[in-house]
Design a binder for this molecule. Structure first.
Ligand SMILES: Cc1ncc(COP(=O)(O)O)c(C=O)c1O
Length: 380
């Protein structure tokens, strides 16, 4: 196999970790709509394009309301502020991007980190252990696009203990559990449209919810908490507005979302086949029945030295790994040193021992096979 790989390697182009996709026809449409918008001289935020984006996103997710905002972090903070969590504790998985915990801090609450289960998603049993008299909410993060079946247990726990379940769905556009899409499994959800995500507006975010009250609060807060759009403020708001230019991109990306996910699943099937019979040190995360992953990440549990695998993949095969989810858990980040440093052993181990090969719509079958063969060669 080595000779075969090195023959292919000479012709292989560098395979980047991430690549967003804007099809040519969409570029023409986007430019046409941008031109038409600019000629109107109308306001360039919170206009007709944002409204269309919100309506279509809500319909796609299957919820009553979608409120567009400028980032996923902003979406999280707005939800938490709408829920009045200030002064309380909010349970956050330690295995997440720091933004999840930053949003809790910015909303005036204290993040309490909890461990994850083997599927890398928040473990309901560990959440239960960390509840206190002041816990108000739990944030579940659909890591790598997996809406874990354990979300049902979290939901049941939150109902039993009178807590609010919030979804950080930054990874999970179009993912589902038992036929329900991410964005409908908690009281409210936050999506991100950062450039690395399954659909992008460059920067951008969305709050989804069935609650009229949260939606109304979110609309108020995102626009400096202006009461009825006027220069009157009863609450502390912020500028969390999405621009019309981004909404134009968002509408076209949303129309492509199912195709993007189908293409990611094609790549995932190639990886599934390639790693089915070993090597033993590479074990792809199994997607449990009932869950439909959008494959934001293809996660492989890896017993080898992950850093050296990544280095050799790049220097010897010109393949960049796709960024782990995540290599350092939040409770070990210096910025959170003031919070509880209780060991969270499963996350500590899983964060150090997984890799994510590149996965995106424009990765060809040949490229995906080349990545898999290269990875197998590096660890063998
Ligand atoms: C799990 C998670 N939460 C929140 C965010 C924040 O989203 P944004 O970058 O749009 O603010 C991200 C972004 O990478 C994320 O991965």
């Amino acid at each position: 196999m080595a000779a075969e790989i090195s023959a292919r390697e000479t012709t292989a182009r560098r395979i980047p970790a991430q690549r967003y996709d804007v099809p040519e026809e969409d570029i023409d449409q986007i430019l046409g709509e941008l031109g038409a918008l600019l000629r109107t001289r109308s306001f360039l935020s919170m206009g007709a394009h944002c409204e269309i984006f919100e309506r279509r996103f809500a319909d796609y997710v299957g919820c009553a309301h979608a409120v567009s905002v400028n980032t996923g972090t902003g979406a999280l903070e707005i939800i938490l502020r709408s829920l009045d969590v200030a002064g309380s504790e909010v349970i956050v998985p330690t295995n997440t991007f720091a933004a999840t915990a930053f949003a809790v801090l910015h909303a005036g609450a204290t993040p309490v980190f909890a461990d994850c289960a083997d599927d890398l998603v928040l473990d309901p049993s560990d959440v239960e252990r960390r509840l206190s008299a002041t816990t108000s909410a739990v944030i579940v993060v659909h890591i790598g696009g997996l809406v874990s079946p354990s979300t049902h247990r979290l939901d049941e726990l939150c109902r039993r203990r009178g807590l609010v379940l919030v979804e950080d769905a930054a990874h999970a556009h179009g993912s589902a559990l038992d036929g329900r899409r991410a964005g409908t499994l908690g009281e409210a959800a936050a999506f991100s449209f950062f450039s690395t995500k399954v659909m992008t507006t460059g920067e951008g975010g969305m709050v989804t919810t069935d609650s009229d009250e949260i939606a109304q609060r979110a609309r108020l807060l995102r626009d400096q908490a202006k009461v009825e759009g006027l220069n009157r403020h009863d609450l502390v708001g912020y500028n969390w507005r999405l621009s019309e230019l981004q909404a134009i991109l968002g509408v076209t990306q949303l129309a492509r979302l199912d195709t993007f996910i189908e293409e990611r699943r094609r790549v995932a099937r190639i990886y599934d086949r390639a790693f089915r019979d070993g090597p033993a040190c590479l074990r792809p995360l199994r997607i449990p029945s009932g869950a439909e992953s959008n494959y934001y990440k293809y996660v492989i549990h890896c017993d080898a030295d992950v850093e050296s695998v990544g280095r050799r993949l790049f220097t010897e095969h010109r393949v960049r790994l796709g960024g782990a989810v995540y290599d350092v858990p939040c409770h070990q980040q210096p910025v959170f040193a003031g919070l509880s440093r209780d060991p969270l052993p499963r996350s500590e181990s899983l964060c150090r021992h997984h890799i994510c090969p590149p996965i995106y719509p424009s990765l060809t079958d040949d490229e995906a096979q080349y990545v898999a063969d290269s990875l197998i060669e590096v660890v063998s």
